[in-house]
Design a protein around this ligand. Structure first.
Ligand SMILES: [Zn+2]
Length: 231
C-alpha cells in the first residue's frame, strides 16, 4: 500500500476512534476509544491471496450492475480484512476509500459460494465510499430529494449517550421532513435496514440505492433524476 494512501486511512481510523465513548468502546470489547483503535489496527490485514482470487470474481459480478452508474463505477475496489469483533463490530464497513471485511464473515460467505450476497454487500459499502468522495451530491439526495434536514446541537445533546457509532456515517445528525430526529440508537444494533427509520441517512441511502441498483425496487421520479445526474 502506498504511504500516502496508508496515511489517509490511518487519519480516518484515528478520527473515528478519537470520538468514541465508553459505551461504544465496550461493544467493541475495548476499555476506551484508543484501546479499540489499537485492537482494530493491530488485527488489520491485506486480503489473503485465496480470498482475493474469489473476490476478483465478485468484483466483476458487482461491476456488471455498477457500470451503469458512472461515478460509482469509477471508485476503485480497495479491500482489507479485519479480525471479527476486535475493536469493531463484526460487520463490513469502510474507512476513507477502503472497504473492511470481517475475516470470518468473508470466509463463511466465500465457502458457501454465495457470490450474489457478497456482491450486494460490496455495492452497499462502495456507496459509503461514494458518500465520502461526493459529499455534495450525496446531500442533494438527502436534503433536496428526501427533504431531510440537519439537526441542531441542542437536539443532539439530549440523545448523545445512546448514539451508535458507525464508521460509515458522518458526524451530523439529521431530521426527517416531519422534524423527527433520525438517530441510530444502540438498541438497534442488529437492524440497519431501510425499515429502521432511525438509522443514519448514509445507511438509508446505501440500502436503498443497492436495492435500486440490483433491480429489487424502482426509484421514484425525483430519485431517478438524481441517479441519472449524480450517481
Ligand atoms: Zn452501511
Amino acid at each position: 500500500m502506498l504511504s500516502n494512501h496508508r496515511e489517509k486511512l490511518e487519519d480516518h481510523i484515528h478520527s473515528y476512534y478519537r470520538s468514541m465513548d465508553k459505551h461504544n468502546s465496550f461493544l467493541r470489547r475495548a476499555k476506551n476509544g484508543s484501546d479499540a483503535e489499537y485492537l482494530y489496527k493491530s488485527n488489520l490485514r491485506p486480503l489473503d491471496l485465496n480470498r482475493y482470487k474469489i473476490l476478483k470474481m465478485i468484483f466483476s459480478e458487482a461491476d456488471s450492475y455498477l457500470r451503469h452508474y458512472k461515478n460509482l463505477f469509477r471508485v476503485p475496489w480497495k479491500i482489507y480484512e479485519f479480525e471479527d469483533g476486535l475493536g469493531e463490530l463484526p460487520f463490513p464497513h469502510t474507512h476513507a476509500d477502503t472497504i473492511f471485511l470481517p475475516r470470518q464473515w468473508l470466509k463463511n460467505k466465500a465457502d458457501s459460494g454465495d457470490i450474489h450476497s457478497i456482491a450486494s454487500t460490496l455495492i452497499h459499502e462502495k456507496i459509503h465510499i461514494y458518500q465520502r468522495l461526493y459529499p455534495v451530491y450525496a446531500h442533494f439526495l438527502i436534503l433536496n430529494v428526501w427533504r431531510f434536514s440537519i439537526a441542531s446541537t441542542s437536539d443532539i445533546e439530549a440523545n448523545k449517550n445512546i448514539l451508535r457509532k458507525n464508521p460509515d456515517a458522518n458526524k451530523l445528525v439529521y431530521k426527517d421532513s416531519e422534524g423527527v430526529l433520525i438517530l441510530p440508537i444502540i438498541q438497534n444494533n442488529n437492524s440497519s435496514k431501510i425499515s429502521d427509520p432511525r438509522d443514519h441517512p448514509f445507511e438509508i441511502m446505501a440500502y436503498r440505492l443497492t436495492d435500486i441498483i440490483l433491480n429489487k425496487i424502482k426509484p421514484y421520479e425525483e430519485e431517478q433524476t438524481w441517479i441519472n445526474t449524480y450517481l
